[in-house]
Design a protein around this ligand. Structure first.
Ligand code: NAP
Ligand code: HSE
Length: 435
């Protein structure tokens, strides 16, 4: 009988996700063996503090604080990177790929910033580089984009790709509580990062949208290409008015392709409450994908957490091992092959919600509508309610589709009117239809 070949794995990082990876590899040995024909074993794990107390039942000798013990070990076939950060991680992974080691990484920050360089090195070294778990933890969205939609042309993605902000906004909507209170709750429940700014300022979602856009449009989309606004300014009043008008506010990542030009954004957006994305609540993630041939599809599931993320890591690992057996590693690596062209503001279109405080007297509405008419921005809906101040009123306006350039100009002109006291908020409005 032919001996079972052991595949040796080196882990960079043994924190939340790393421990989950070990649990799944150890717990699913028989399934992994049946699926790959190999015994898969974690033989070394890199940690920062070797003396830290951890829930680790294996030999202490498997732990190291010296990365080169893993990176230079010729017996290690595959590196799983779950340590995070850009440096020194990027250097480690470039080194590993140059040494012919395959890489699986959960590091969205790194892939969003250096994905193209790493993919190019993987191709050159005939190695695999997989990063399913970098976006939307337990949802196999990257495999779906790369393989499931390979024959289609994706024209639009709408994603709820940050669980923390979705939890905060859902709770604000359900319980009527303010942002700050819900942020504390998200931190207490362990959803938000220790420094939650990367969640609430939208950076985490922007990195994930850069990765998804890259794969959907085959262009080298960077984090800096993503128009970005976080949720810190979303108020309970905005949420209540949006509900009254038939919308929910979500932190949506939107990526669109029109005439070979793309736009990618992450911002609090009002979405029609009948749209399935409006019903995605709590820490869940969801990604809506429009393909020219397939039409509309939606992927939904847990976006983070130890086991959902670790299971995606181990699924990538299984793919790498199967490809090792077939001798086809690195062949599936498709670096971006289309030139990136970003839309200018006059080509980025949306409807908008504007909430403002105005002087409550005869003729104000007429004065206010002049800039709309001059700039050819059509009004879809207007709602007037008393402001909490004598002689003032709140106006809520929803426009028809207009360009971002026109909207910026409109806001400038409205702001200059004497009758306008304050512009509280502006949100894009997404009805959710295909482009
Ligand atoms: P974590 O709990 O903080 O674990 C990080 C691990 O890496 C720890 O074991 C740490 O060592 C080690 N480490 C960090 N920097 C190191 C360095 N310079 N040298 C040696 N070891 C180092 O992080 P995590 O939550 O597991 O996340 C890991 C990665 O997965 C990140 O890229 C994250 O964005 C991504 N991710 C996480 C989730 C999630 O739900 N947690 C979901 C999707 C993606 P010590 O143990 O000694 O501190
Ligand atoms: N902080 C991230 C989130 C974790 O809330 O979605 C998963 O990337």
């Amino acid at each position: 009988m032919e001996a079972v070949k052991q595949i040796n794995v080196g882990l960079l990082g043994l924190g939340t996700v790393g421990m989950g990876v070990v649990k799944i590899i150890d717990g699913h040995q028989e399934d992994l063996m049946k699926q790959t024909g190999n015994r898969i074993k974690v033989v070394k794990a890199l940690v920062k503090d070797i003396n830290k107390k951890r829930d680790w039942t294996r030999s202490e000798q498997l732990l190291t604080s010296d990365p080169w013990e893993i990176l230079r070990d010729p017996e290690i076939d595959i590196i799983i990177e779950v340590m995070g950060n850009i440096e020194p991680t990027f250097d480690y992974l470039m080194y590993a790929l140059k040494q012919g080691k395959h890489v699986v990484t959960a590091n969205k920050d790194l892939i969003a910033m250096h994905g193209a360089e790493l993919l190019a090195q993987a191709k050159e070294s005939k190695c695999d580089l997989y990063f399913e778990e970098s976006v939307a933890g337990g949802i196999p969205i990257i495999r779906a984009l790369v393989e499931g939609f390979a024959s289609d042309r994706i024209t639009k993605l709408i994603g709820i790709v940050n669980g923390t902000t979705n939890y905060i906004l859902s709770k604000m909507s359900e319980e009527g509580r303010p942002f700050e209170e819900m942020l504390v709750k998200a931190q207490e429940l362990g959803y938000a990062e220790a420094d939650p700014s990367s969640d609430i300022e939208g950076l985490d979602a922007a990195r994930k949208m850069a990765i998804l856009s890259n794969l959907a449009f085959h262009m080298e989309v960077h984090f800096d290409d993503v128009m970005l606004k976080g949720i810190t300014q979303v108020t309970q009043e905005d949420i209540q008015f949006s509900k009254q008008l038939g919308y929910e506010i979500k932190l949506l990542g939107i990526a669109k392709l029109n005439d070979n030009q793309i736009e990618v954004s992450v911002q609090p957006t009002m979405i029609n409450k009948e749209h399935p994305l409006a019903k995605v609540n709590g820490v869940f993630n969801a990604i809506y994908v429009y393909g020219e041939a397939v039409g509309e599809t939606m992927f939904y599931g847990p976006g983070a957490g130890q086991l959902p993320t670790a299971t995606a890591v181990v699924s990538d690992l299984v793919t790498v091992v199967k490809q090792m057996n077939l001798g086809v590693n690195g062949r599936g690596v498709i670096p971006p092959y289309r030139n990136k062209q970003l839309k200018s503001d006059d080509l980025i279109e949306s409807s908008y919600f504007i909430r403002l405080k105005v002087v409550d007297e005869v003729g104000v509405l007429s004065l206010l509508t002049h800039p709309f008419a001059d700039l050819r921005v059509s009004i879809q809906e207007v709602l007037q309610v008393p402001a909490n101040e004598e002689g003032k009123a709140q106006l809520i306006i929803i426009t028809h589709t207009t360009s971002k350039a026109q909207m910026n100009q409109l806001i400038e002109e409205i702001n200059a009117l004497d009758v306008v006291d304050h512009i509280y908020s502006i949100y894009p409005v997404e009805e959710g239809e295909a482009e």
